[in-house]
Design a protein around this ligand. Sequence first.
Ligand code: 13P
Ligand code: SF4
Length: 356
Amino acid sequence: MSVVKKRPLSLPEPNSKQLDAEIDRLCAAGLESLGYGEEQLELLAKKTWQINALKKERNVVIPAHVYQRAEILAGVADLKGDSYKLAKDCTQVDADVIVFCGVRFMAETAKILNPDKEVLLPAKEAGCSLADSITAQDVRAIKKKHPGLPVVSYINTTAEVKAESDVIVTSANAVKILEKVYAEHPRVIFLPDAWMGRNLAKQMGKKVGSEMIVWEGKCIVHENFDAGSVKFYRKMYPGVRILAHAECSPALVDTVDFVGGTGDMLRFVKDTAAPHYMLVTECGLGDLARTEMPDKHFVPMCRLCPYMKAIDLDRILQALADPKPSQRIKVSARIARQARLSIERMFELAEDSAQR
Ligand code: 13P
Ligand code: SF4
């Protein structure tokens, strides 16, 4: 097992030429267009340079979710994407160490898929309200109440909950996978997102409570968007295309032009021509969209996820240079073995092109 060696915080220092080149690189990646000033860029550039130098020295890879801070995505991330893409990318990592910039369930998934690698989560507070809404014991109780029903769990769950599940889904593949599960079972348990469950049930014509047993977990970010303000912006910005994450309420989802995961939302924007776009989700996605598509106009409408934003460059640098025990992701071998089966079932069903 490879381990990042403990050493005092002696960090590599860029010379002025290296620092200027790093500032130019961050500008070219779009940070200037997000409003980062000269002083800020200089500060950030020193840290991104140091992180990248340590990454090379210690054979580290940094996957980063699209909700992460713009300087992380533009400056130090090696792999970027939604929760499905990052999980999939983590099946093909060569590095000795994974420093995961996302939330705990994502880092745990990386560890489950790479049991022999060191996986670090720079901020121990980087949890998720959905993952916290249900325990493995809750899943065992719901299975006892509904014997024989398959448990389809959103990836926003702990390793222990995944170990109790039959298959994992993300917003990118939930419909496809559920269709396959429903082809063999008239009733399923879906957890833990109450609103995503209801959105999926409506889209698939399934009855909540009978055909789909749904857990009542909520995302603290997406539960706070309201359908009324979405309607207001539609009037304010004629022609605006409004996209919402699948964790939003059914009432809001009814008013928008597109519903999906973060990767689907970005693809929709890339593939359509509209005068304005509104991304009803965490603010990081809008920042990333602005850097990747500077010619498109985005109407501001977003909320910060305090868990995702718990990670910053200082914490990444510290985790790389001298990881604390609380930053090391640990999943017991038994849980990892069981959880891996439900994650691999997701890969298999999500990538299977065969018709039902
Ligand atoms: P995605 O899989 O769409 O990236 O969503 C992850 C998430 O946590 C949304 O709140
Ligand atoms: Fe969890 Fe919501 Fe944050 Fe996503 S946005 S990580 S679902 S709390």
